[in-house]
Design a protein around this ligand. Structure first.
Ligand SMILES: NC(=O)c1ccc[n+]([C@@H]2O[C@H](COP(=O)([O-])OP(=O)(O)OC[C@H]3O[C@@H](n4cnc5c(N)ncnc54)[C@H](OP(=O)(O)O)[C@@H]3O)[C@@H](O)[C@H]2O)c1
Length: 410
């Protein structure tokens, strides 16, 4: 509302009509929203907003799944285009909603759902429509990026960095959705759906959060020239679609390594375009509102001219690349006995599972010394079998952290 009020003339010039907010649904009618006086009325009956005669276009920013999904379908049935920021809904039921928009011949726009204020959806679905995307890597959750930045730059523990993020308002009182990777997984599903034109849902995304990352992992990564980030990775491999979210060691010279604090970025690898990175504020009131308003202007223009923008079309289910078949490089920490023949025994275990070692370093000496391995690209299932075997190898006392390492193609 503030953006529409502050930028009213610019918005009217761009949309070709003056936008007017007529009705706003909220849960709590008693709460003072601190809004400037306007032409709108508040209601706690969201369905009445969708049905109202003086509503031509519906903006859904209520989250999470229902009744938001039913309200969007109702809007489309009534001939009203919809703008939504609802990532959880699109990651669960996007294909059905896009199909309903297609049938109705109306816009269903969602720029704010992934990457907040970063223009991402439009570039993916329009500017890069002529290219084939092999892989997209995203830092799509500001809370976890802030926590990992503090752990990297201030040497904080996970608990301290989380408490700091909560004090600054970057993390919720219950941080589960962020730190366990659920939020990033929903965004990964949407990015994969748009990048590959497929019906990819949050349940298809392999998800690991950052709660297991320790200060020691961060400093070990630093010594090897990596920065730990929570990455959402979507890729198309031999016709199958992979989507995963997990902590990843990113080479310090990779553009994603410089994405600090609560910023987000998406790094897209197009066959023809090469590498493209989109960077900015992934959340927050004004960045999100700007993305929503951009969609509203687009939908209003289209409504006025009786057309609609680029559609998502029909998203079909495609074969999902299981995590066992994903190829990645890995960092492994192994504590082994300090005696002759140990290295050969450990190397032999890797070799038996077809996992080849790129580098090995020793931290400390004598009992308690750790061996740090970085592997070449290997299948996840083979790496997991190697770790199980190492755990039952007599000379190995402990296998510590196992963290994926970002490589050029794995
Ligand atoms: N916050 C961000 O930075 C951000 C960024 C990108 C996308 N999003 C997406 O935007 C959506 C909203 O997120 P948010 O953080 O703004 O949440 P929020 O602060 O809880 O806002 C939701 C709003 O919807 C109203 N509402 C919820 N359920 C309702 C119902 N059944 N009937 C009527 N009104 C209802 C709430 O009313 P009350 O105020 O009375 O409770 C509130 O005003 C989510 O889908 C989220 O994923 C948010």
């Amino acid at each position: 509302m503030r953006l529409i009020a502050d930028n009213g003339d610019v918005v009217a010039a761009r949309a070709g009509v003056r936008l007017e907010v007529t009705r706003i649904a909220v849960r709590d009618l008693a709460r003072d929203r601190g809004l400037p006086a306007g032409t709108w009325t508040f209601t706690d009956d969201a369905a009445s907003v969708v049905a109202a005669e003086d509503v031509d276009l519906v903006v859904e920013v209520m989250g999470p799944i229902e009744p938001a999904g039913e309200l969007i379908l109702d809007s489309l049935r009534r001939g009203k285009p919809v703008v939504t920021a609802n990532k959880a809904l699109l990651a669960a039921k996007g294909a059905a909603l896009f199909a309903a928009a297609e049938d109705a011949g109306l816009d269903l726009l969602f720029e704010a759902a992934v990457g907040g204020g970063i223009p991402l959806i439009r570039p993916l679905r329009e500017s890069l429509a002529g290219d084939r995307i092999g892989r997209a890597l995203g830092i799509v959750n500001g809370t976890t990026n802030y926590i990992l930045t503090r752990m990297t730059e201030a040497g904080s523990t996970f608990a301290d960095a989380l408490a700091e993020a909560q004090a600054l308002g970057f993390a919720e009182a219950d941080p589960t959705a962020d730190v366990e990777g659920f939020d990033a997984a929903a965004k990964a599903a949407i990015i994969a759906s748009i990048a590959f034109g497929a019906d990819v849902r949050d349940a298809d995304v392999h998800r690991e959060g950052i709660t297991g990352i320790s200060a020691a992992d961060i400093s070990s990564a630093d010594e090897l020239g990596y920065i730990v980030k929570l990455l959402a990775i979507v890729e198309e491999r031999e016709g199958r679609i992979g989507a995963r979210v997990h902590p990843t060691m990113v080479p310090v010279h990779h553009p994603l390594a410089s994405v600090r604090e609560s910023f987000n970025a998406i790094f897209i690898e197009g066959e023809a375009t090469g590498e493209v990175m989109l960077y900015g504020r992934g959340a927050g009131g004004f960045p999100t509102a700007s993305a929503v308003l951009g969609d509203v202007i687009d939908a209003a223009k289209n409504l006025r001219s009786g057309s609609r923008g680029a559609t998502i079309g029909t998203l079909t289910r495609r074969e999902i690349l299981p995590i066992d078949d994903v190829r990645s490089r890995y960092y492994l920490e192994v504590e082994a006995a300090d005696r002759p023949g140990v290295l050969a025994a450990v190397a032999d275990t890797f070799g038996r599972h077809g996992v080849s070692i790129e580098s090995m370093a020793q931290r400390g000496i004598g009992e308690g010394a750790r061996l740090i391995f970085v592997t070449h690209a290997a299948r996840e299932a083979d790496l997991r079998a190697t770790v199980e075997d190492l755990r039952s190898t007599e000379v190995v006392q402990r296998v510590g952290s196992v963290i994926r390492v970002l490589g050029a193609d794995a």
